[in-house]
Design a protein around this ligand. Sequence first.
Ligand SMILES: Cc1cc2nc3c(=O)[nH]c(=O)nc-3n(C[C@H](O)[C@H](O)[C@H](O)COP(=O)(O)OP(=O)(O)OC[C@H]3O[C@@H](n4cnc5c(N)ncnc54)[C@H](O)[C@@H]3O)c2cc1C
Length: 402
Amino acid sequence: MTEHASPESVRRDVSGWLAANWDPGLSLREWRSLLCDSGWAVPHWPAQWFGRGLPAWSESIIAEEIRAHGAVGLPAGVGMSLAAPTILEHGSDQLKGAFLRATITGEYTWCQLFSEPGAGSDLAGLQTRAVRDGDEWVVNGQKVWNTSAHHADFGILMARTDTNAPKHAGITYFILPMKQPGVMVRPLKQMNYHSSFNEVFLTDARVPGDHVVGEVNKGWNVGLATLAHERRFGNIVSRWRHTGDGGRAVDEARHEHDEYMETYKWYPQRAGRVDLVVPQMTERGLSGDVSLRQDVMRLVSMQRIAGWTSERARAARALGKPPGAEGSVGKLAMSNIARLAAHLHGRIAGADALLSGPESVLGGIIAEVLVSVPGQSIAGGTDEIQHNILGERILGLPREPQ
Ligand SMILES: Cc1cc2nc3c(=O)[nH]c(=O)nc-3n(C[C@H](O)[C@H](O)[C@H](O)COP(=O)(O)OP(=O)(O)OC[C@H]3O[C@@H](n4cnc5c(N)ncnc54)[C@H](O)[C@@H]3O)c2cc1C
């Protein structure tokens, strides 16, 4: 199929399938099961694993057709963005069989258990230990900043399994069942008053012996694969595009989406709310401020350029090219845009930008921008780490001193 597929034939085939099979009266699980069995849920995955072995460009055509038919697609979140692609690339057939389908249907939800109090940028320094005990692994340690851990079924976990090996060589990548007595999840209160991430305490937590992704002590490269997906997609992808009524499957998908996205509702503010800069400048009568106009245009230009960089990355991906510098460049651009946007919101609103509550500027949105933007340049690898990656891997500069 792969050699003969063209965008036109893929569009025709999926459209025909949707016309014959989309049934809004089904439950969301029933509908996604049907989609999964048809191979159209993940067309770029191998046929053996719920896909059709189509090129990566097929994904966006299918998403467009699903929208055009008023149907619903895949669930948002860490499951489809990070866990499933990593298991597909590095997991055993047994793990693929156990986890991929239920992740595609949205039955299983996921979180990422990588960072620790003493290991963020230096992730390989992680101290959480996993020790083999009969048929199981027993895990002890603490993770932190784990988004959505408070409602996840499973965590993708990196833990140390060999304390004598060099730090990158003694790490294993596990799938941890979250709903068990050894896992305590404690939400953290952020400075913007949201609570999207958590501390996760692991005390004799149990992992089935075969829940290892890749090989024991070779989890570092598996973790890097997850991080590459994170740089490319961000750890959440909202695929929700529905408007209006649509029947049971749509209602359930809306509910699933709204519930999941509750955790992420401050993310637009984290990105700086560039969309509000010009309207706010106009509303406050500052459109004639020459210096402000220069900076606003700089912001808008940066945003356009970042958009083109991500288009270029998408096009390269669709052609099956390996990831280049775009992930790090794009992530840095998002940080710079968010910071400049927050600065301009501050200049436009003045001291009012500091107020929150119903009578403040835009009901507190601008204040939320100011306290949310720092998260943009930390999550998924800080700006400094992106600079290091670009310097060493793209520009070929000497490695930084350890
Ligand atoms: C919104 C948000 C969501 C997150 N979600 C998750 C999640 O779901 N799961 C998860 O596991 N983690 C998550 N994280 C954690 C995130 O991955 C870490 O915060 C990040 O990797 C930085 O680690 P750290 O906080 O320990 O900072 P540190 O690594 O301690 O860094 C402190 C400062 O030192 C600088 N620095 C460190 N090393 C170097 C170096 N080699 N060269 C130059 N500068 C350096 C950093 O840039 C930074 O400014 C999330 C973070 C945020 C903000």
